[in-house]
Write a protein that binds this ligand. Structure first.
Ligand code: NAD
Length: 461
């Protein structure tokens, strides 16, 4: 099969690389030439600067210039293609609706080239981007408006989780394909031949609209489950004496019908998808007069959860951030990625600065560079107060309080470092419950404030 991938971000690059592993001829195109040049080097660091996914560089090195190609010329590569995968960004508008500007620009560009192709064999244009339910028709109309012949549209939503994207692309839970006709299903069956009759991987064929809806419902269910634990489970632990949140979680999730995934309370879920997808679904359902109260509650719980420990530090621990130096560990939205999109750290740092913090000492093992772009002082002069460090230790030294905002493994063993570098009553705000031996710190008069528990240790005045 000859496959073209449009957009080489987290979704497109991983899809292109893993499809090339299966022996398809894959040509990846992006309008960001610097990205393509970096990927074509095959160098781990160059690739990770743009898309940081474990194992991705070795797949690219293995297949580049044999099955995998990068091109800046879409016109030159489109001839003879069987399927084009649309992996474009679909960020949220301010009202939560999906911004299709990038998607439409790419679709129009593609349609003009497809209309002029010489080889009129059947081609399927496949949405991997998360796009509103009904977008396959929108794509069909763009193709029709350019007079493209013998082309089908399909929806094949992506379910990858960043940090494990390569492993998941090789062995997904399911592959969902929505097409209008057998001819197009057949093309997708050849693309995904290794999954079609797989005993454990569900290969689901359905309508394009159903496939689009599956993506939104799946992400919304996941966020709602996370929000349930943060908005209900964690609050029980924070407000009712003698409730142990870990035991509560274990006791509840021992029921095999109740998932362990998502039950670990936290300072909210970030990333490029959860927030924007639920906001988009709310927007889509409002347009067809469906009540969205439940989805709104999930969204709101998650948004406030990102920052509420800062408020609790003031109201429950009596801490004043004015003129204080605060360490923030974990800048990306989770471990194993440098992706800052919708990371909880953004709200945390904005809130700390808004409450008068004199300095933020920041550290993330992978995301310091992308955080510098996110916290660009030309956007907000207060971001000048952020200093970046190469180790957690350097970031903690000399600060008045600590906020742990992501689940990087290295943050688990920090209690000794804290004892070494910070004198009590140092305040530890633990958004991920990363300090299992917090009782030792309390004995030494540190103040420990975690999601799902009452404030422990001395209260500040
Ligand atoms: P991304 O921003 O990492 O990558 C998008 C790429 O498209 C960029 O490299 C950009 O340069 C390129 N691009 C923009 N306009 C273009 C154009 N006109 N022509 C060619 N290339 C263009 O985005 P992503 O995280 O890969 O997400 C892509 C889509 O997949 C989104 O709809 C997203 O919601 C969905 N998705 C993302 C994830 C995830 O975890 N990142 C998971 C599932 C689904």
């Amino acid at each position: 099969m000859k496959i073209v991938v449009l957009g080489t971000g987290y979704v497109g690059l991983v899809h292109a690389a893993v499809c090339s592993e299966y022996g398809h001829e894959v040509i990846a195109y992006d309008n960001d030439v610097a990205k393509l040049e970096a990927f074509a080097t095959g160098q781990a660091r160059e690739i990770a600067n743009h898309v940081n996914e474990p194992g991705l560089d070795s797949v690219i090195r293995e297949t580049i210039d044999r099955y995998l190609y990068f091109s800046t010329d879409l016109k030159a590569i489109i001839e003879g293609t069987d399927a084009v995968f649309m992996c474009l960004p679909t960020p949220p508008n301010l009202d939560g609706s999906t911004n299709l500007t990038f998607y439409d620009a790419a679709a129009e560009h593609l349609a003009a080239l497809l209309a002029a192709r010489k080889d009129k064999r059947r081609i399927v244009v496949v949405n991997k981007s998360t796009v509103p339910i009904g977008s396959a028709r929108h794509l069909e109309n763009i193709l029709k408006s350019h007079g493209v012949e013998n082309a089908g549209v399909a929806s094949n939503p992506e379910f990858l989780a960043e940090g494990t994207a390569v492993a998941q692309a090789r062995r997904p839970d399911r592959v969902v394909v929505g097409c209008d006709c057998e001819e197009d299903f057949n093309i997708l069956r050849r693309v995904y031949s290794q999954f079609v009759n797989h005993v454990r991987i569900k290969y689901l064929e359905t309508t394009p609209e159903t496939a689009e809806a599956i993506k939104y419902v799946a992400n919304t269910v996941l966020l709602t489950y996370i929000s349930f634990w943060n908005g209900v489970g964690a609050k029980i632990g924070e407000k009712i004496p003698n409730v142990n949140i870990n035991d509560l979680r274990i006791g509840v999730t021992s029921d095999e019908r109740i998932s362990t995934w998502g039950s670990f309370v936290s300072n909210g879920a970030g990333g490029s998808c959860f927030g924007k997808d639920i906001a988009s679904l709310i927007n889509q359902l409002r347009k067809v007069n469906v009540s969205t109260k439940m989805l709104e509650a999930s969204y709101e719980v998650n948004e406030y959860q990102k920052v509420y420990l800062v408020d609790r530090a003031i109201t429950e621990a009596g801490f004043k951030f004015n003129n204080k130096t605060v360490t923030v560990l974990g800048l990306a939205f989770k471990k194993h990625t440098n992706d800052m999109r919708d990371a909880s750290s953004i709200k945390v740092i904005e809130s700390l600065l808004g409450k008068g913090a004199a300095k933020i000492k920041a550290y993330d093992p992978l995301a310091n560079e992308s955080a510098k772009c996110e916290f660009d002082p030309s956007k907000n002069i207060l971001f000048d107060k952020i200093e970046y460090f190469d180790t957690a230790k350097d970031a903690i030294a000399g600060s008045d309080a600590l906020f742990i905002s992501s689940d990087c493994e290295e943050f688990r063993g920090l209690s000794r470092t804290i004892e070494e570098l910070a004198r009590p009553p140092y305040l530890i705000m633990d958004g991920r419950r990363m300090i299992p031996d917090y009782a030792d710190l309390m004995d030494k008069q540190y103040t420990y404030l975690a999601v799902g528990a009452m404030v422990m240790g001395p209260v500040h005045n």
